[in-house]
Structure formats: C-alpha cells, structure tokens
Design a protein around this ligand. Structure first.
Ligand code: AMP
Length: 289
C-alpha cells in the first residue's frame, strides 16, 4: 500500500487508471480506524479494480469550538489496518493544498441538511459535501462507500450526486457495533470508563422504541418519550442533543409512523467530551407482511 499526500500525484495516478479503463472505488474517512471503517474497505474491495481510502480530518465540517483539534489521529495504525483490508492507496491530502486561503465555494443541500445533525451543526454538511465533491472531482471514482451510522450524511451525498449528475454510484454499509451494541466511532476514544459503560444504553434505548413500533405503537411522541425515559434511567451521564423520528429519505419529522413503510429514529447524545450519533429503522408490523 502506498500513502499519497499531494494532489498532483493522486490526480496523475487516477488519470492513468482512467486512460487504462480501470475502475476505482473510494472510501472517504477521517481516520482513527475501527471495524466500521474496515467493513467499508471490505465492502469496497470487490467493487472495482482500485481501492483508495481518503484520510482527511476536514476542518470545513467542524465549527469553531467543536472537536477538530482533539479529533483522534494515528496514521501509522490506520495505514496498517488499511493495508490489511486491501486498500491500495491511502490518500492523505493537506488542508492547505485542498483549500485556498480565501476558499469561497460551497456545495449545499439545505433542504436535507436542515434536520437532525444539521440543525445542531448548521455548517457541517456543506463542509462534508464540499470535500466529498472535491474528492469525486479529483479522483473520478466509479463507486464511493459510506456508512449508515451517518445516515443523514449518506442521504445528503446521494442527493448531491443525483442533482449534479455525478457519475459515481454510492454504496452504503450497515453500522458496525461493539458486542454491547454501541456503534463503533472514532469518538468513542473520548469516553471515560464510566461513560463507556453507560454508552451501551444509547442503542438499547433506540431498540426499545423499535420493539414498541413493531408491536403497533405509531405515535412518534410516545416512542420518543419511551426512549428518553429509558435513557434518564440507564444513561444518566448523557445529554440529549436531539432525538427525532423522520422519513428515512426526506428526513422530515413524522408525528405518526406510516403503517406500510419504515421510519428512521436518529439521535445525537453528548457523553462527556464525545458527541455520539446513532439511528435505527422503526418497522411497523404491517410493513413486514
Ligand atoms: P469517519 O471517519 O467517522 O468520517 O467515517 C468514515 C466513514 O465510515 C463514513 O462513511 C461513516 O459513515 C463510516 N462509519 C463510521 N463508523 C461506522 C460504523 N460504526 N459502521 C459503519 N460505518 C461507519
């Protein structure tokens, strides 16, 4: 595996692959790899001739006061894991080369970014879309792989690709979890021992709503209150940023679950220094038959 940190070299290599009609799959990441990331590499590997993972902690998707500086980083360990999972090129561009000092152009999908994480982090998704667009433009991948843990992100990227007619197919991968249900995340590294013990209750709370929904409960407020009550009891260190039930593609809140299709319950919870996000599909009984 090769590490490429400059744009000209990455561009030249991708142009050569295009001339030779060799396909490319890209997995965009911010590093500090765990089994969620490696599951994306494993999914990506058979899709194309070349597998590139970008590793870039994108300053444009962090607002002042968020955890950009503190975001965990370990290039040596990441390179080892990427290599073990078939990554051919680890692309580690520098922010100073990717963005001009007076950078002024943004890709935005406000109709989808207004909800969930975008409501609490208003400039986050324009940072994500802009960097992902830059990578798509530079590398011209045939496929790009994203995780369903960041549900809103993959929905927004798919919309961007559709609206701009980008010739890339977006592939998504289910959330990889620890044995106790906690969604794997680089930010789990911020958790103290006590916080980590309680963190498993985050997903268990969402599962309690999914169970109720599958037994016929369709009122969003009842389902959300059930989860909040569960967290108050079992996740007392958590501070809920948001807990919403939304249409899984349009992302607008729903008050009552439609009987024949799934809805998405999504949340962000602060636990100490970590802001953890997770989601679960609520599938009513009738949707299964
Ligand atoms: P990140 O490095 O956190 O920006 O994540 C890079 C990619 O990995 C994104 O597409 C994430 O959705 C995905 N990802 C992160 N955590 C997980 C997980 N636990 N399971 C599956 N995919 C994940």
């Amino acid at each position: 595996m090769q590490i490429i940190d400059n744009l000209a070299e990455m561009l030249a290599l991708c142009q050569k692959w295009q001339r030779d009609e060799e396909s490319l799959v890209l997995v965009p990441t911010m590093g500090y790899y765990h089994s969620g990331h490696t599951s994306l590499f494993d999914r990506a590997k058979p899709l194309a001739r070349h597998l590139v993972a970008s590793l870039f902690v994108n300053p444009m998707q962090f607002a002042p006061g968020e955890d950009f500086e503190a975001y965990p980083r370990d290039l040596d360990r990441d390179a080892k894991l990427a290599k073990e999972h078939g990554v051919e090129i680890l692309f580690t561009p520098k922010a100073s080369e990717l963005y001009l000092a007076d950078h002024a152009t943004w890709i935005e999908v406000p109709s989808l970014a207004q909800y969930l994480c975008g409501a609490s982090r208003p400039t986050h998704f324009r940072g994500v879309c802009t960097v992902v667009f830059k990578f798509f433009h530079l590398l011209k991948p045939d496929f790009a792989v994203f995780g369903e843990k960041d549900w809103q992100q993959q929905i927004i990227i798919k919309r961007m690709v559709k609206d701009l007619g980008l010739p890339v197919e977006i592939v998504t991968v289910p959330t990889a979890r620890e044995a106790d249900g906690l969604a794997m995340s680089s930010r789990n590294a911020f958790l103290t021992k006590k916080e980590r013990e309680q963190a498993s209750q985050l997903y268990k709370g969402l599962q309690s709503a999914a169970l109720l929904a599958s037994h016929g409960e369709c009122l969003a407020n009842v389902l959300k209150n059930t989860v909040r009550a569960y967290w108050e009891k079992f996740l007392p260190l958590g501070k809920v940023d948001y807990l919403e039930i939304v249409h899984p593609e349009k992302l607008n809140p729903v008050e009552s679950l439609p009987s024949k299709e799934a809805s998405l319950m999504a949340c962000a919870v602060y636990l100490g220094k970590a802001r953890l996000i997770d989601n679960i599909l609520l599938i009513p009984n009738k949707a299964k038959s």
